[in-house]
Design a protein around this ligand. Structure first.
Ligand code: CDP
Length: 233
């Protein structure tokens, strides 16, 4: 993959941002499937780096040590089954990305500028190679500000808490939300040109269809848009 941040191609980048447990992963994954685009979960990259640092017993507060460690780490991003996967020093941490310790620590790691730089570069590289649906916190606001395809997926705090609990995870989403919204670098914001969707009382299918309708109106080639195509069984 190339590594030229200046050659950002964002005509085929669909940005799906929003807070924790808002439904954006399910929506982004299904949207990518319907469009035949690659699904990229940028939170997974932040989680992978967090897992890597925890394994080396490095705390996010040890800023300089974090940078030195990450500068000598080997990052590989590969696409498998329509989704991006990140490998760190040839290890795929997929099974650990939602560990309690990662949930607790990831927001403190993701506020470090060096970490954001590394993940953003991986996203640029991926978007140079593929048409992508990328979910995260700053995809439309900071990483791909020029893409015309920006969506902000939200749900009420109550619904989000219930969804995360139903997933059986211990995850203090209120603390993460607070950290993500209030950090200095790339905080979670609604990009001013994003289309906002509240998923509290609608199905994934309805949200995906709303996004597909918007994409068609925004000029994504209609051959890419399959609004009535229900989930494959
Ligand atoms: O799945 P969930 O919404 O709970 O979180 P995630 O998307 O896996 O993101 C985990 C954490 O990574 C977030 O709480 C943010 O601190 C960070 N993140 C970020 O800073 N920027 C992104 N583009 C994506 C995630």
């Amino acid at each position: 993959m190339g590594s030229h941040a200046s050659r950002r191609r964002s005509d085929r980048v669909i940005a799906i941002d929003g807070p924790a447990a808002s439904g954006k992963s399910s929506v982004a994954r299904e949207l990518a499937r319907r469009l035949g685009f690659i699904y990229v979960n940028s939170g997974g990259f932040y989680r992978a780096i967090t897992w890597y640092l925890l394994r080396k017993n490095i705390r996010p507060e040890e800023n300089a040590l974090v940078s030195v460690t990450l500068d000598s780490a080997a990052f590989t991003c590969r696409v498998q089954d329509g989704e991006s996967r990140i490998l760190l020093d040839d290890v795929d941490p997929a099974d650990h990305l939602r560990d309690d310790r990662v949930n607790e620590t990831v927001s403190r790691v993701s506020r470090l500028p060096r970490v954001r730089q590394i993940v953003s570069q991986q996203l640029y590289d991926c978007a140079e190679e593929h048409d992508v649906v990328i979910e995260g916190r700053d995809i439309g606001s900071v990483v791909f500000p020029d893409t015309p395809y920006k969506f902000y997926i939200d749900a009420s705090p109550d619904v989000r808490l219930k969804r995360r609990a139903a997933q059986g995870e211990r995850d203090e989403i209120a603390i993460r939300d607070h950290d993500d919204v209030s950090r200095a670098v790339s905080p979670l914001v609604t990009a001013k040109d994003a289309h906002v969707i509240d998923t509290s009382h609608v199905t994934i299918e309805q949200v995906v269809n709303e996004i597909l309708t918007q994409l068609e109106q925004k000029g994504l080639p209609s051959s890419d848009v399959h609004i009535t195509n229900a989930r494959a069984r």
